[in-house]
Design a protein around this ligand. Structure first.
Ligand SMILES: [Cu+2]
Length: 362
């Protein structure tokens, strides 16, 4: 029944007039549907590295390294949130905990039965009651003000320089670049070299990143740019989370969520799906590579995409400094055949298919 529902939903999506107008947008659901049953294997088996290989992850940056506390933050929101957490919430929690523990210990010793054979009959103390009502209210206000300010900054994005559509699938991520011609990446986790299920796929090296976090296709974004993530899902609820960006947002089928980042330094930053989404939930990592604008343009060209304001027929890798040596992957090549779709077509189209698929599943 589940597959029948999917088939009906996808057929309906392909037959709608809107879908017919935008070939790139109609194509991804078909690709995703065929890829879903074999999601356990990487999208490009046997292919060499297609990541921007001159950017290797820095140990301890953008990944867990055994330290306590939050990861080093590399976004403006991340700095604000980390300061709020480290300099305000944690000390406040510690002070309150120690204070309550002290009160408990004091009461246990001072008012123990041995020292008070005749218990006190006191039942009211106006000053005390006013104090223990007012003080917690003031503490909550002191937490609420910076907390709401942070929320307001998170949900007041500046004008985006780049939009990336993030799509969760069981169990991998796809990234679409509507501003750069609409190409799409399929990002699968890299397995270990001694994994008996590896097959012909490329296995992880230390240059790719830590085990369970390295992927075959990283999302690439330019440093210093305001990048808007439009986040959704094709099947169940996933969550797009990158700790170093202070980003965590659900990817819901049939719904578009939005968040943004402005990353301050180049590097590779890792995250994971953070919503229990099925058997391989733990194996759908996220890797974002942040590069200079020039490298980003070269990478876009290598994927067959275009930079805004340039001609679609621009020769790929004209700078000669492309961080990527491979031509576009099959997944990325698909949009190349499309005749210049409008940038915003993808989200508008994907919706009916997702809605119907979700309904069919229920
Ligand atoms: Cu997931």
């Amino acid at each position: 029944m589940k597959f029948l529902g999917w088939a009906i939903a996808l057929a309906a999506a392909g037959l709608t007039p809107v879908a017919a107008q935008a070939p790139t947008a109609a194509a991804p659901p078909a690709v995703e549907a065929s890829a879903a049953p074999t999601a356990a294997t990487p999208a490009t088996p046997g292919a060499p590295a297609v990541v921007a290989e001159d950017v290797t992850p820095t140990p301890g940056i953008g990944m867990p390294d055994g330290r306590m506390g939050v990861q080093d933050q590399v976004t403006t929101i991340g700095h604000e949130a980390q300061a709020f957490h480290d300099n305000w919430l944690l000390p406040l929690c510690a002070i309150i905990s120690v204070f309550v523990l002290g009160l408990l210990a004091y009461a246990m010793v001072k008012f123990r039965r041995g020292a008070n054979p005749i218990p006190s009959r006191t039942s009211h103390n106006i000053m005390l009651e006013v104090a223990w009502t007012l003080v917690p209210v003031l503490i909550l206000v002191a937490i609420a003000v910076p907390s709401i300010r942070l929320l307001s900054h998170q949900y007041s994005p500046p004008k985006a320089d780049l939009t990336v559509k993030v799509i969760g699938n069981q169990w991998y991520w796809t990234y679409q670049y509507p501003d750069n011609g609409g190409f799409e990446l399929v990002s699968n986790m890299l397995k270990e070299c001694d994994d008996p299920t590896l097959g012909n796929a490329r296995c992880r090296t230390d240059d790719d990143g830590p085990p369970l976090l390295a992927v075959d296709e990283r999302m690439v974004i330019p440093v210093g740019a305001v990048v808007k993530f439009i986040i959704t899902s094709t099947d169940v609820i996933h969550a797009f989370a990158i700790p170093a960006f202070w980003t965590k947002l659900d990817a819901n089928p049939g719904k578009l969520n939005e968040t943004w980042v402005k990353v301050e330094r180049e590097g590779v930053y890792f995250g994971q799906c953070s919503e229990l989404c099925g058997a391989r939930h733990g194996y759908m990592p996220i890797a974002v590579e942040v590069v200079s604008p020039a490298k980003y343009a070269a990478w876009v060209a290598s994927k067959g995409g275009t930079m805004p304001g340039t001609q679609p027929a621009a020769a790929p890798d004209s700078t000669g400094s492309s961080p990527v040596t491979e031509p576009a992957t099959p997944a990325a090549a698909a949009p190349q055949t499309a005749a210049g779709p409008p940038a915003e077509a993808a989200p508008a189209i994907q919706q009916p298919a997702i809605n119907q698929a979700a309904t069919a599943q229920n």
